[in-house]
Design a protein around this ligand. Structure first.
Ligand SMILES: *Cc1c(COP(=O)(O)O)cnc(C)c1O
Length: 522
């Protein structure tokens, strides 16, 4: 009997038997899952309903006579199918999820409990305002704390994701330029090469042309290169801080001043706010607009395209253009402002940009985020940021001996490695990441940011314990050593233990098969 790395007996001596196929194709309790169409028959139903009689056709003969083409499954078959599928997925509730830039932290169950209170979960967005005073107060209170934590005078609550918040901020910048009569002149937006893809995409969506600002040797914005690009045709700049290399932009004030002097606005991608919440107020850094991903910093669940929420804080210069609706409170009564046009004659011509969503935003996420803030308190939010940075630096320090950090010095909330340590091994970043799946880890963010060759961006977040971090680091160190020892094959074949081995991700993205067709039907 052999022992595993943690000193527990393992059955590696039975390795030869592992490749023996089972009759069912199942691997112990890992069930080989078929499509629901393949489990159920489309000519049957899962329930017995007596044939209906005496129906009168009121559809003028347009009713359907043939099969509806849905699989007929019994209730237990349906339940098992979806529960088994859910178990094939990975989630933060199953293990560490070190996806850099995504802040996959634990979602406290208290948040879920509060969000499920019927007074919140059963709300209808068209309910009369008098009947939902508590919900409006909650939105207002969350807005207050977001403004307080960022040091900004206004916040638009309705954007439904980070990218949507970017759109809100850039539309506010466009509105402000139009109000100044410079909308046609200022068409250039500057963004660092390391920017998240949503930054340039948003700017282009708003009709701007994007120009890249190079990074300096320390992984930060090259201030002199930025200054050279400024001019009276620049609408603004989009900078992430801490940036996507996991580093704090030390020149952030100088960047803000230079952009403002040139007549532009400063958009900050605040997706990485988790690293600085309670420590630095973006408002003090000269920022005009910044989205906050509630589903990152304030722990509301995300991943798999689940609901996000991207409230966007705005400076005094941009606040008048904020989208409607927004919550106001007069004499203790909460209400929603839904009209675009400024009522005040002094601000004539300065109108809200209009609506970004049908209603007020992601109410369920607001409840969870406020529950997180209230249960942590200001000191707790600050400590979460400090612990996130501490954990990332712990990972950086532990992995340094075998892996190559992309930049020298301490990091913020994420540790960035390049692929120099894999040079000459035949193993690439993608193989290394896939081998992590065999070790039971969701891979880190790969090949992003683009400015670092073969990038591996690890964000442990504050919610991992030292024990989890140590096991994670031990696993990565062992992989790095194996790669250097010339064990290429297991890396190229990884993941070996996953139900569906290595997928052709390009084909899956370019030629997705989204529709089941009966056999023989093409
Ligand atoms: C997550 C993220 C975004 C986008 O947020 P979504 O909610 O996914 O739209 C933008 N920028 C950065 C740096 C991010 O990490």
């Amino acid at each position: 009997m052999t022992m595993n790395n943690q000193g527990r007996p393992s059955r590696a001596d039975n390795a030869a038997l592992i490749s023996t196929p089972t009759f069912t194709g199942n691997k112990a309790l890992q069930i080989e899952e078929l499509l629901s169409f393949e489990i159920g028959s489309i000519s049957q139903t899962g329930v017995d309903i007596a044939a209906s009689t005496g129906n009168v056709d009121r559809l003028g003969g347009l009713h359907r006579d043939d099969d509806i083409g849905l699989p007929g499954l019994s209730e237990p078959e349906t339940m098992r199918h979806f529960v088994r599928l859910s178990q094939k997925n990975f989630a933060i509730d199953m293990g560490p999820f070190p996806l850099g830039s995504c802040t996959m932290k634990h979602n406290p169950r208290l948040n879920e409990k509060v969000a499920r209170l019927s007074g919140f979960s059963d709300l209808h967005p068209l309910a009369p305002q008098a009947a939902v005073q508590g919900a409006l107060e909650l939105i207002d209170r969350l807005a207050f704390w977001l403004k307080e934590l960022t040091g900004m005078p206004a916040v638009a609550m309705s954007p439904k994701a980070g990218a949507h918040g970017e759109l809100c901020g850039m539309m506010a910048i466009k509105s402000a330029l139009d109000a100044r009569g410079e909308g046609d002149k200022r068409k250039r937006v500057l963004a660092p090469e390391s920017a998240h893809g949503t930054n340039p995409a948003t700017a282009v969506q708003c009709g701007f042309k994007v120009e890249a600002i190079p990074a300096d040797a320390t992984g930060r914005v090259d201030l002199s290169a930025l200054k050279e690009k400024l001019g009276d045709d620049v609408a603004g700049i989009m900078v992430t801080n801490p940036n996507t290399c996991g580093l704090f932009e030390r020149d952030i004030r100088a960047i803000a001043d230079a952009v403002h002097d040139a007549g532009g606005y400063f958009y900050c991608d605040g997706a990485n706010f988790n690293a600085i919440a309670g420590k630095v107020r973006p408002g003090d850094l000269g920022i005009d607009a910044m989205h906050i991903n509630l589903h990152k910093t304030f722990s509301t669940p995300h991943g798999g395209g689940g609901p996000g929420s991207g409230p966007t804080v705005l400076s005094d210069a941009l606040a008048p253009f904020a989208p409607v609706p927004y919550v106001v409170c007069e004499n203790g009564i909460y209400g929603l402002v839904e009209t675009r046009r400024a009522a005040n004659a002094e601000t004539a011509g300065v109108d809200s940009m209009g609506r970004m969503t049908a209603f007020h935003g992601q109410m369920g996420m607001f409840v969870r985020a406020l529950a997180y803030m209230m249960s942590h308190g200001v000191d707790g939010v600050r400590q979460a940021a400090e612990d996130a940075v501490l954990n990332a630096n712990y990972v950086l320090a532990r992995l340094k001996s075998e892996m190559t950090p992309a930049f020298d010095g301490y990091c913020m909330h994420e540790a960035l490695f390049d692929d120099r340590f894999l040079e000459g091994t035949g193993v690439e970043t993608i193989d290394f990441a896939k081998a992590m799946i065999d070790e039971g880890y969701h891979p880190m963010t790969m090949y992003f940011p683009l400015v670092v060759h073969g990038a591996m961006l690890i964000e442990p977040t504050e919610s991992e314990s030292k024990r989890e971090l140590d096991l994670f680091c031990d696993a990565l160190l062992s992989l790095a050593k194996r790669a250097k020892a010339g064990e290429v094959e297991p890396f190229k074949a990884a993941p070996i233990y996953a139900p569906r081995r290595r997928l052709d991700e390009t084909a899956a993205a370019r030629k997705p098969v989204l529709r089941w067709r009966p056999e023989g039907d093409i």
